[in-house]
Write a protein that binds this ligand. Structure first.
Ligand code: BDR
Ligand code: CA
Length: 316
């Protein structure tokens, strides 16, 4: 049986690659994509989700626009990383389809509460504003969902787990820390992929991979090559944050987790958006707060990159 997933995202170059990976993975049934303002404004993240689906001939998957920005505070977008169009200034045509009618948060509520109880996983690769709003609207969603798979956070479990938006905060969580706090405290089964693992050099696209992608001569290979052309000069290997969270739903066996208690700093002046994982093993059991998340601390980086390239570049 295929796994039912809702992709909640802010495409975004790596979100866009995650869409390609999802569409090329027969293990998954994509119920819909919900979009959120994040890397670029909501109009563009929604357009980019539609563009990617059309690019791979999956335009039958509905796209629902959601929250324009964080529950509290202003949205700060990241065009300097993702380009003016949000996907590396690749000049993809305007999508011919429009977003589906209705709000993303309502789509999530209906799918989980009415249509597919206890079977759905949400894969969230943007700020958690839509997911948190759905949980506020209907807290029972937390128990009905099979899991919430999150790309976000930095948990200090490896030398890479320390923040990109600031020394302590990762972009998705820093964009809407309140939403992240609601999600981590919701009681849902959470699997989180933070910078601890997504920044690991062996789990990124190296210069060699990049050249191979360019040489492959496939339609998706050419698109990804174009999308990453600026990135590869900024940071190499190029991290594949969002595809990694998606890959977990396809090949969970390549990832290792620690069950930890996590909470989110919502108002620190220097640490706003920090995901605080309690790593104090010496703490007496009676003082410990129960674990509320499975934090990815290790993976087979090569297996992940091989899976990604073979599916999205070669379609195998
Ligand atoms: C996350 O932030 C965004 O820029 C990426 O799309 C990814 O979801 C990495 O911190
Ligand atoms: Ca993203």
């Amino acid at each position: 049986m295929r796994k039912k997933v809702i992709l909640d995202m802010d495409p975004g170059i790596d979100d866009a690659i995650a869409i390609l990976l999802a569409c090329r993975s027969p293990e998954l049934e994509i119920l819909g994509i919900t979009t959120v303002g994040g890397n670029v404004p909501l109009e563009l993240t929604t357009k980019n989700a539609l563009r990617m689906l059309e690019f791979v001939g999956a335009e039958n998957i509905p796209v629902y626009a959601g929250m324009r920005g964080p529950i509290f505070g202003e949205l700060r977008t990241a065009e300097f990383v993702h380009g003016q169009d949000g996907i590396g200034d690749v000049n993809l045509p305007e999508p011919s389809k429009k977003p589906a009618k209705g709000h993303a948060v309502d789509f999530i509520r209906k799918e989980v509460m009415e249509k597919n109880p206890s079977e759905i996983s949400i894969v969230a690769t943007g700020p958690l504003s839509n997911v948190a709003m759905a949980l506020l609207l209907e807290p029972e969603i937390a128990r009905r969902l099979s899991s919430i798979v999150i790309m976000g956070g930095a948990y200090a479990t490896t030398p890479w787990g320390y923040g990109n938006e600031s020394p302590r905060a990762e972009f998705n969580i820093a964009t809407d820390p309140l939403a992240a706090k609601i999600v981590f405290n919701s009681g849902a089964e959470i699997y989180a992929f933070g910078l601890d693992v997504t920044m690991r050099p062996d789990a990124g696209i190296s210069k060699n991979h990049y050249e191979e992608i360019g040489r492959a001569g496939t339609k998706t290979g050419d698109l990804i090559h174009k999308m990453l052309r600026r990135f590869v000069h900024l940071i190499e290997p190029v991290p594949m944050h969002d595809p990694m969270a998606l890959a977990y739903t396809i090949k969970p066996e390549i990832f290792k987790f620690r069950r930890l208690h996590v909470d989110v700093e919502v108002c620190g002046t220097l640490t706003r958006g920090e995901t605080l994982a309690d790593l104090r093993e010496w703490l007496p059991e009676s003082f410990k707060k129960p674990a509320n998340a499975n934090i990815c601390v290790d993976l087979d980086g090569k297996a992940f990159i091989d899976l990604l390239i073979s599916r999205v570049v070669y379609g195998r």
